[in-house]
Each structure stands twice: as C-alpha cells, then as structure tokens.
Design a protein around this ligand. Structure first.
Ligand SMILES: NC(=O)c1ccc[n+]([C@@H]2O[C@H](COP(=O)([O-])OP(=O)(O)OC[C@H]3O[C@@H](n4cnc5c(N)ncnc54)[C@H](OP(=O)(O)O)[C@@H]3O)[C@@H](O)[C@H]2O)c1
Length: 234
C-alpha cells in the first residue's frame, strides 16, 4: 500500500508517516523543511521517501503530484499540511491570507484532483480539518474560515469520489501537542493536549477500517451538536 502524506515534517503528519510505515505502507511525505524530512527518512528507512514542496504555491502542489506519479499508484492521500495565525482577521496581511487559504484549502483539492487518477477503487483521501470548525475560534479567525471551507469541500468530495470507489475521511482533531500553536504565535488552549501519535493511530485505523469521520479525542464529536449553541472560543 502506498500513501502520500503532506505536512510530514512535524506533528500529526510526522507521527502518521511513522504509523503508516509501521503498518507496512510505503509513504511519500511532503513539506518544506528538508532537514526534518531527511531526519525522518533516517528514522523510518527506505519505505519513507519525501518531496520538498511549498504548498502555498501551485508549483509546490505540482511537485508533490509529480513525485506521487513516480510511485505508480496511490492508495491513500492524506492532506494534513496546515497552519494558522493567532491574530484578528483584519490584522492578517493579504499574503498571509492567500498562503493560508492555499495550504489549508486549495492544496488539498488541487492535490486530490491530480492524484485521484492514480487511485484505484478502495483508495482513500483523508483531509485533516479541525474540531474547531464547529465553534467560532475568535483567536484563529482566518484559520477557522479556511478549515470550514475544507470541511465543506470534503463533504462535496465525498460524493464526487464515491462513484469511483474512493472513500473520503474527514479528520477533526481537538487540541494536539504539536508545534502548531507556537508557530501560530499564540497562547495554546487552556486544556490538556493529546499526543499527535494518538491522532495518527486514529487516522490509520479509520483508513483501514472503512470509517468516514474521525474525532480525536473522541469527545470532541459532541461539538457537532453542541458547537452552534456554545459561546465563541477565545
Ligand atoms: N495541533 C492542533 O491542536 C491541531 C488541531 C486541529 C487541527 N490541526 C491540524 O492538523 C494539521 C497538522 O498540524 P500539526 O498540529 O501537526 O502542526 P505542525 O506540527 O505545525 O505541522 C504542520 C505541518 O504542515 C506543514 N506545512 C505548513 N505550511 C506548509 C507549506 N506552506 N507547504 C508545505 N507544508 C506546510 C509543515 O511543514 P513545513 O513547515 O516543513 O513546511 C508541517 O509538517 C494541520 O492541518 C492543522 O491545522 C492541528
């Protein structure tokens, strides 16, 4: 089985590459940080290869697609790369908004369009969203909006790919102990995070067990019902 994982250099994506290699997959990881990808290759061995690509640019999307084509076929595409910024909507520069929408929303669809021709019946597309789409994240507003776009697109993609026998898995992590919040320049939520390995295991289980949605930790699924009745977060 062959998997393509974006955001492989850190956090959830890194843990997922290890989890999938551990389950016998060949994995192609993508990210910008070559040193981190190289270190992961050192840890995981030959079943992990990587492509250096900036997914805020369409050339980066094409680089990943080209590397995936060299695999011959793809069984699992995991659109995991993503970032946010702790700031008011109107404090984002135009460039920050464009990059965020590119990485968090456009790249997953653009990659799915390029890779689904390489995917046979029974293959899976995984989009890593956030449980935060069910509440208003006032401290991460542009991020939240980009992830809601991905959430919406994921439901549409599910229907479009069903006739091809390709399943779509939507992943909604809660607060996970990764570099995300520090890189986003903000104080992380005041709750206990779960380790990225737990999200990675839940994603791998969902891929192999035919699930369509993953909430990690599981109780965040309650936000689907309670979210619209809760006050804004932050
Ligand atoms: N941590 C949380 O609490 C949490 C909660 C809900 C959802 N999520 C989602 O989970 C996913 C993984 O995040 P994480 O928590 O594991 O954070 P992380 O440790 O910061 O990892 C983010 C990954 O995305 C990659 N990435 C960011 N910008 C990129 C770009 N322009 N081009 C290519 N790759 C890029 C990074 O690689 P490079 O920097 O090397 O390019 C890195 O590998 C994201 O989609 C995030 O929104 C996280």
């Amino acid at each position: 089985m062959k998997a393509v994982v974006t955001g492989a250099s850190s956090g959830i994506g890194r843990a997922l590459c290890a989890e999938l290699v551990g389950r016998g997959f060949e994995v192609l990881g993508a990210a910008r940080s070559e040193a981190a990808l190289q270190a992961l290759r050192g840890e995981l061995g030959q079943r992990f290869r990587y492509v250096v690509a900036d997914l805020s640019k369409l050339e980066g999307v094409e680089r990943v697609a080209q590397a995936a084509r060299e695999l011959g076929w793809v069984d699992v595409l995991v659109n995991n790369a993503g970032f946010g910024l702790y700031k008011r909507l109107l404090d984002h520069t135009d460039e920050e908004l464009v990059s965020m929408v590119m990485v968090n929303y456009v790249a997953p669809i653009a990659l799915a369009r390029r890779l689904t021709p390489l995917m046979r019946r029974g293959s899976v597309v995984v989009n890593v969203i956030t449980a935060g789409v069910h509440v208003l994240m006032t401290k991460l507003p542009a991020y939240g909006a980009s992830k809601i776009a991905l959430h919406y697109a994921t439901e549409a993609l599910r229907r479009e790919l069903k006739p091809l026998g390709i399943r779509v898995v939507a992943v909604y992590p809660g607060y996970v102990a990764t570099a995300f919040h520090e890189r986003a320049g903000g104080a992380p939520p005041k709750m206990k995070p779960i380790p990225p390995e737990r999200v990675a295991k839940a994603i791998a289980d969902a891929v192999l067990k035919g699930k369509h949605r993953v909430y990690a930790p599981g109780y965040t699924a309650l936000l689907r019902i309670l979210g619209p009745h809760l006050p804004p977060l932050g």
